[in-house]
Design a protein around this ligand. Structure first.
Ligand code: ZN
Length: 296
């Protein structure tokens, strides 16, 4: 099935090239055909990767909504993915695919949790072990430090401490990414890591670099691992951030646009990965049927 599509696309490319040759005088036939076929091969190799975005898990129904769902519903999601032949991957798998030519499993899907709530450790992590699934967790550095110091582990509001982060990472089921050290707020004219209208590009870029570097440093000090991906707080993106992120070595970014990602071997495809917000509305079947691509 996959091969048929590939050949069909390649043929379409060649036919497209032939048509272009007729109307384009003076361009080498060989070069034009090669460009067309290359483009079609790259397209044919694109793997569709849907990414799901969760935040908190709490048992009390009255606390559930857009950003908090029940642990039971999360379990139903994991069960649905497993029973329907999907495999959960993390950012390291995408990097291996893009940079090192490794394959992805068939029907890949990525589970992400933002903000690093302690209830993720309490409820999501045991379920990951039970269903042998993986997730990408993007905590906020400042709060990991604060909750490590104050020892508070109230599931209603506390965020993960370094012990919880390390334990989850050591399991191999949880990958940690950078959600800023302290740029997860909407105040004084700034939304998340977005540029303020009143500041210069240079001012913005040095502030961003300083904050994200602090999170990278704290991660390395506490876990020995340096995140590869920046998860934009609130999905708020400024175009001036990208050169900073690339310069700092970030290989990918996660945003909040609802779409399935087309992953090719081109490193650029990893910047601005879309994600679907999982609210408490809808069964696993209803939610996933809307967004998952047809299985191979
Ligand atoms: Zn967030």
């Amino acid at each position: 099935m996959f091969c048929t599509i590939k050949i069909r696309r390649a043929l379409a490319g060649i036919l497209g090239a032939a048509a272009a040759i007729v109307v384009t005088a003076g361009i080498s036939i060989g070069i034009l055909a090669a460009i067309q076929v290359d483009a079609s091969v790259e397209q044919a190799e694109a793997v569709q990767v849907p990414i799901i975005m969760y935040h908190g898990l709490l048992k009390e129904e009255k606390k559930q909504g857009r950003y908090v769902i029940s642990p039971d519903l999360f379990e139903q999601d994991l069960k649905y993915l497993q029973e329907n032949g999907y495999t959960t991957i993390v950012m390291a798998d995408l990097l291996e695919y893009v940079y090192n030519g490794k394959d992805l499993p068939v029907n890949p899907v990525m589970i992400t949790f933002d903000d690093g709530y302690y209830n993720n450790y309490l409820y999501a992590y045991p379920l990951l072990k039970q269903y042998n699934s993986r997730m990408v967790l993007s905590p906020i550095g400042r709060y990991i430090d604060e909750y490590t110091q104050n020892g508070d582990t109230n599931p209603n509001y506390a965020q993960c401490n370094w012990d919880a982060i390390r334990e989850m990472m050591d399991s191999g089921l949880v990958e940690i990414q950078n959600h800023s050290y302290n740029l997860h707020s909407v105040d004084q004219g700034r939304k998340g890591a977005k540029k303020k209208v009143v500041e210069s590009v240079a001012e913005y870029q040095s502030l961003l670099e300083e904050d994200l570097a602090k999170m990278q440093r704290r991660m390395e000090e506490e876990t020995g691992y340096i995140p590869t991906t920046f998860t934009y707080p609130f999905g708020a993106v400024s175009k001036e951030s990208l050169p900073v992120l690339k310069e700092m070595g970030f290989r990918a970014t996660l945003v909040c646009e609802s779409r399935v990602n087309q992953i090719t071997r081109d490193p650029e495809c990893l910047y601005g990965l879309g994600r679907y917000l999982r609210t408490n509305q809808g069964s696993s079947e209803v939610f996933f049927k809307k967004i998952l691509p047809k299985k191979e």
